[in-house]
Design a protein. Structure first.
Length: 229
């Protein structure tokens, strides 16, 4: 009986240790519940920490606690960690995403505005600026919000969440690695992003060309009317 008790105790400790370990970088998940997603986040997070000493933690919330905004939640959660730590937080019901780094010097290693930009490519940024006649903010390269904003078929919403958040998580990790001049073996890489960028360049290129032709025709018609007068 004593042997059985010791064995049960050891099993409980093992399960607890494995659960704590697996939750280290996917720190909280109230949305996805996918072991493969968990494993990929923790694999990349572990390698980043081993090579840079920076903990990048992903927090997936169903909803923020009543009465708090996402920044307040992150600031309170940050008290549980020893620095340096970066929190990438997503709240499904609140439709909020944010990044908080402590100490603030960690922002030097990645571009928060770029990661959280709602615009995915420079071409898209140019087209939007052209349509709005406002070139004051051309920030692009967003790796989370463009995917989150995309439509998903019934049953594919969780896939959209996991893809967008892992995309952003990997983007931050790779930027930090580049800043620290280390190579991440588990990095997503730029091959897929390059292919997507090429497609976007072609697509938005046609849009710009269409706008050019439309403007040219309007100017031509206006000039014709002025000449007839």
């Amino acid at each position: 009986m004593k042997f059985l008790s010791r064995g049960l105790y050891a099993l409980i400790l093992t399960i607890f240790f494995q659960t704590s370990l697996s939750a280290e970088y996917l720190y909280k998940d109230e949305v996805i519940f996918n072991p493969a997603f968990n494993a990929e986040v923790n694999k990349l997070g572990s390698e980043l920490y081993e090579k840079t000493g920076i903990s990048l933690r992903l927090v997936m919330l169903k909803e923020l606690p009543h009465g708090s905004n996402i920044v307040q939640y992150e600031q309170e959660l940050m008290k549980e960690f020893s620095s340096p730590t970066i929190l990438l937080t997503f709240s499904e019901m609140d439709a909020k995403v944010d990044i908080l780094a402590y100490p603030a010097s960690l922002y030097e290693y990645f571009d928060k505005e770029q990661v959280l930009s709602p615009i995915s490519s420079p071409v898209q940024a140019f087209v939007i600026a052209l349509l709005n006649f406002d070139f004051s903010d051309m920030t692009s390269g967003g790796t989370i919000l463009p995917l989150l904003a995309g439509k998903a078929k019934k049953g594919e919403v969780l896939g959209k969440y996991s893809a967008s958040m892992f995309n952003g998580y990997a983007d931050i990790a790779e930027q930090i690695a580049d800043s620290k001049e280390v190579v991440l073996e588990n990095a997503v890489g730029s091959a897929n992003q390059t292919s997507i960028l090429v497609v976007k360049v072609l697509f938005y290129g046609f849009i710009v060309y269409g706008i050019f032709l439309y403007t040219k025709r309007r100017l031509y018609a206006r000039r014709q009317r002025l000449e007839q007068e």
